[in-house]
Design a protein around this ligand. Structure first.
Ligand code: SAH
Length: 389
């Protein structure tokens, strides 16, 4: 079957190498509309110039996601095998243990595909119709390269609905979703089938290590702790007291198990973070280190104003429970709030408490989350650490 062609009359973004081509940039004629969602296509200018091989979804705002900058590239087992081996080589150079994000979608030139590696167990998360069509090929490429024992498909992100995809979790190979993650020299217990997202948030690895490096002899509040990524490591590094605060009981149970696995103790508190921070303020309780790592407050562009306000409020409440000369870390995983705006809201929130502060660290996700240089959206994580006076 011959490959269909999508024509770009203007194609501004593709011309400068962006992997996303929007529906208003292509010639959406009858021929284009008749192409089945998820089909692999060639993208050419109306002058015939090659823009690359991608997959097409006429129903999505991002009509084409490019897999290669050349046309007629076969999208087969070897294609994914080559991408996986390249991604693997980068991680092997970066980490001494096989625990990392192996493929980070556009950042690894596999738009719509995220793979997390936990030694010989993998979680695969597919976000687009185009990648869903390639699922069997991707699994075959993984078998040909990494030979994983277990592969769990975490295809339950709500955003899949926008691509007309079914929401499901399924074990594609092997068994056993409860595993130990080895990170920063600690062992964490994770459940890859029922945990949030792909079961573990590798993106905060370096930020966890930074906080832990300052935690010895300190009291720590890990707000939005999930399974204790920050708190357990801080306890292992010698924190005197660690509270893990989250609204999810299963996440806190994992945090307690992880603490035990490292021979340390954390105190789980199941509560809403805003309410608990208000309560702690009223009780005049403070902590030497306060970590806040909330879920995205700006889920889409239209949420920007209320979301920005929520970050400001979180910064204010966080500063209120930070001890004199303490540290406050605030993170945002919303790519819909620009870094400058996020930093401005955090600064305003802290200032409202009358405290002065110094911004001592501005970080993003770890190096296993490469950013596509022409897709700023792929740099979603912002983590700011303030030293409060
Ligand atoms: N810091 C974690 C990741 C946090 S993910 C780590 O290092 O792995 C965000 C967490 O916020 C989730 O565990 C979720 O259960 C929790 N959460 C979401 N809304 C909340 C709320 N209103 N109050 C408390 N926790 C909340």
């Amino acid at each position: 079957m011959s490959r269909k062609t999508i024509v770009l009359p203007k194609g501004r973004r593709a011309r400068i190498g962006s992997p996303w081509i929007f529906s208003n940039e292509i010639r959406m004629d009858e021929a284009a509309k008749s192409i089945a969602p998820g089909s692999v296509v060639n993208v050419r200018g109306d002058d015939g110039r090659a823009f690359g091989t991608g997959y097409f979804n006429p129903k999505s705002l991002i009509a084409v996601r490019l897999l290669s900058s050349e046309c007629d590239v076969p999208v087969d087992r070897d294609f994914f095998g080559t991408r996986i081996v390249r991604a693997l080589a980068l991680r092997d150079a970066l980490y001494d243990k096989p625990f990392y994000r192996l493929c980070h979608a556009e950042g690894d030139d596999v738009p719509g595909l995220v793979i997390d590696r936990f030694d010989d167990v993998l979680t695969v998360q597919i976000g687009t119709a185009g990648m869903e069509k390639q699922l069997d090929t991707i699994l075959a490429a993984l078998d040909a390269t990494l030979k994983p024992k277990t592969v769990i498909l975490r295809n339950d992100a709500p955003s899949r609905a926008l691509e007309g995809l079914e929401i499901y979790v399924r074990t594609a190979k092997g068994e056993g979703a409860r595993i130990a993650v080895v990170e920063n020299g600690a062992r964490y217990i994770a459940d890859l089938a029922v945990g949030q997202k792909t079961g573990w948030y590798y993106d905060q690895r370096d930020n966890r290590a930074f906080i832990a490096s300052l935690a010895k002899g300190k009291s720590v509040l890990d707000a939005y702790s999930y399974s204790g990524g920050f708190g357990v490591l801080a306890a292992k590094a010698g924190a005197t007291e660690v509270i893990c605060l989250d609204s999810s009981a299963p996440a806190l149970a994992l945090a307690e198990e992880s603490a035990k696995a490292n021979g340390v103790k954390i105190t789980p508190v199941k509560a809403d973070v805003f309410e608990e921070l208000e309560r702690l303020t009223g009780a005049q309780e403070t902590f030497d280190i306060v970590v806040t790592d909330p879920p995205p407050f700006v889920k889409s562009k239209k949420d920007l104003e209320p979301g920005a306000k929520a970050y400001r409020k979180l910064a204010k409440l966080g500063a209120q429970v930070t001890a004199p000369r303490g540290l406050l870390k605030i993170a945002s995983c919303s790519h819909n709030i620009p870094p400058e705006r996020f930093a401005a809201e955090c600064a305003a929130g802290i200032a409202r408490t009358g405290r002065t502060a110094r911004l001592i660290r501005q970080a993003g996700a770890g190096t296993d989350h490469p950013v596509h240089p022409l897709l700023p959206e792929s740099a979603y994580l912002k983590a700011l650490v303030y030293a409060l006076d």
